[in-house]
Design a protein around this ligand. Structure first.
Ligand SMILES: Cc1cc2nc3c(=O)[nH]c(=O)nc-3n(C[C@H](O)[C@H](O)[C@H](O)COP(=O)(O)OP(=O)(O)OC[C@H]3O[C@@H](n4cnc5c(N)ncnc54)[C@H](O)[C@@H]3O)c2cc1C
Length: 520
């Protein structure tokens, strides 16, 4: 049955050391870093863990080949080292992925091959394999389904891939095991000063409408593209602080693996309009993406522009033997990048904005962290905690067990299933026996999800709604929106049996229409 959701209580009965606002990759890593140092931590997420940008990434753990081209070498080096760390911490959810970049012009192999060798060099001992030049035949073998007309050869290199939303849950549970208290579906509505050292934070449970006030010595704003909204809320009555975020939208389309049935991902390093296109096998399907479009409004469920869809379909069709049509799309998802805003002189293009993160402390002590990427979330968290200690917002504590594997991680020597295979029990790693102990393991609901897995999502993985289960505990909505809608009533039924009063079935059914370009 569903665990009771009471309000968290600080260990000393008065105030938490740290209150984190936002349960995406950044906030969850901050909570983990603090909890591993023995600090008393609470985290509030207004919707579901990773329901913002952190479930809508391209699912790559990477140094960023495109940032190499922009000359951001320190960013690439840091990300490559963090890539290696995440592959070790959660090998059931983060794995090496071989890429091939097909070359259609004589200079491409030499030019991009040299760049990728620099990528290897920056990875140093954390590299997963050497960059290699491939003949035309070897390229066709690695990329069955690639356009062979005009193909000269290719360059093979390594990066990482992951299941972003499931990794977020593993992160949340690891933080909880380290002593943090985390609540999803609870929004921070207001921040106030009580006296010099303590901040009072108003919170509202969005599922029950219950409200409360939490007290903490230090508050970290890790709300992604929404950081400015929270800063403005707490600055009520004073001039609004300068904007920190310049959001940019990225669209992904999901199609069948039959378009590229091999085990390699494909990179187009320069599309006809100078962007990058990834074609990535993931959980039994193929992800095509992405775009980079400035998006100053901040919708929870952004929609793709039709020119973004056309761009992806056109570029994918140019590099694949079989053209991809809108009717082939099984799901479409859109994420907002929390890019650090440029000085006013920079102009409006977000493609060139830095992917590095920034930490800002406002006059009343609110610490905001923004930018970076999933791959670098641990490095960001480390910087945040060190910043807070340096400014006496947190007591000094040495680093904790940063290398301790995350919950569910099998020993790295164990054989792990590839993340490009359809979803299954392997995604739970060492926790699979707990899942199998839940009733209904033999009843398949669709896309590898069983009744037992839904029960486990409620009992152990903080799932409260049909959307939590079908969008993030299991990636049904991201793999096939029609199939997810078909599965929803059965999931709602199981949630109710597990004690969830209102699993919000109608909301999820409406949401499914957003994940198909042509509606349902
Ligand atoms: C299209 C795209 C592709 C990407 N691909 C990759 C990739 O392949 N690899 C990679 O490493 N990175 C990638 N990224 C970047 C990465 O996804 C983001 O940098 C990262 O997810 C940001 O995490 P975050 O925690 O800062 O923000 P979010 O995940 O958005 O988390 C912020 C959270 O705060 C919550 N919140 C907001 N207001 C409140 C409030 N008042 N109270 C409580 N909670 C609140 C929100 O609900 C949200 O869950 C990609 C990003 C995009 C958009």
């Amino acid at each position: 049955m569903r665990p009771e959701r009471g309000w968290p209580v600080p260990r000393n009965g008065e105030a938490f050391d740290l209150l984190v606002v936002g349960g995406g990759a950044t906030g969850l890593c901050v909570a983990l870093e603090a909890a591993q140092r023995g600090l008393d931590v609470v985290l509030f997420e207004s919707h579901d863990f990773a329901s913002g940008t952190s479930s809508r990434s391209t699912k790559l753990l990477h140094g960023g080949v495109r940032y190499l081209a922009q000359g951001q070498l320190s960013l690439v080096r840091e990300a490559l080292s963090e890539r290696a760390a995440l592959l070790k911490l959660a090998p059931h959810l983060a794995q090496p992925l071989p890429f091939v970049m097909p070359a259609y012009r004589w200079w491409q192999q030499a030019f991009y091959g040299a760049g990728l060798m620099l990528y290897d060099l920056l990875a140093g001992r954390t590299g997963m394999g050497r960059t290699r030049w491939l003949t035309r035949e070897a390229t066709l073998q690695a990329l069955p389904g690639v356009q062979d007309r005009g193909l000269r050869g290719g360059v093979a290199y390594w990066d990482g891939q992951f299941d972003d939303a499931r990794l977020a849950i593993a992160l949340a549970r690891t933080a909880q095991a380290a002593g943090a208290q985390l609540l999803n579906h609870v929004e921070v509505t207001d921040l106030q000063h009580t006296d010099q050292d303590i901040r009072a934070v108003s919170v509202r449970d969005r599922l029950t409408d219950r409200q409360s006030v939490m007290r903490a010595r230090c508050v970290v704003n890790a709300t992604g593209v929404w950081v400015d909204a929270l800063r403005q809320r707490q600055a009520a009555g004073r001039p609004p602080p300068a904007r920190l975020v310049s959001p940019s939208q990225g669209v992904h389309l999901v199609v069948d693996r039959s378009f590229l049935p091999g085990e390699h991902a494909l990179l187009v390093p320069r599309t006809r309009d100078g962007r990058v296109l990834f074609v990535v096998p993931w959980l039994g399907r193929l992800i095509l993406g992405t775009t980079d479009t400035p998006r100053p409004d901040l919708p929870r469920e952004p929609r793709a522009l039709s020119e973004e869809r056309q761009f992806i379909l056109r570029e994918a069709s140019a590099v694949l033997a079989r053209p991809v049509h809108l009717s082939d799309v099984r799901s479409e998802w859109v994420g907002l990048r929390p890019l650090v805003a440029a000085p006013p002189s920079h102009g409006t293009s977000t493609g060139q904005l830095s992917r590095e993160h920034t930490i800002v402390q406002d006059a009343d002590g609110l610490v905001t962290v923004v930018g970076g990427k999933w791959t670098t979330c641990r490095a960001m968290a480390l910087d945040v905690i060190e910043h807070c200690m340096r400014h006496a917002l947190l007591p000094q504590r040495p680093t904790g067990h940063r290398d301790t594997p995350w919950l569910g991680a099998p020993s790295t020597t164990a054989r792990t299933h590839a993340l490009h295979a359809p979803p299954g029990m392997h995604l739970y790693g060492t926790l699979a026996p707990e899942v199998l102990a839940c009733p209904g393991g033999e009843r398949l609901l669709g896309l590898g999800l069983t009744e037992g897995m839904v029960r486990y999502a409620v009992r152990a993985e903080y799932a409260c709604t049909v959307e939590d289960v079908l969008a993030r505990r299991w990636r049904a909505l991201f793999l096939d929106a029609r199939e997810a809608r078909r599965m929803a009533p059965a999931v709602a039924d199981i949630l109710q049996q597990e004690g969830v009063e209102d699993p919000r079935l109608a909301d999820f059914t409406a949401l499914c229409a957003h994940y198909l370009p042509e509606g349902l």
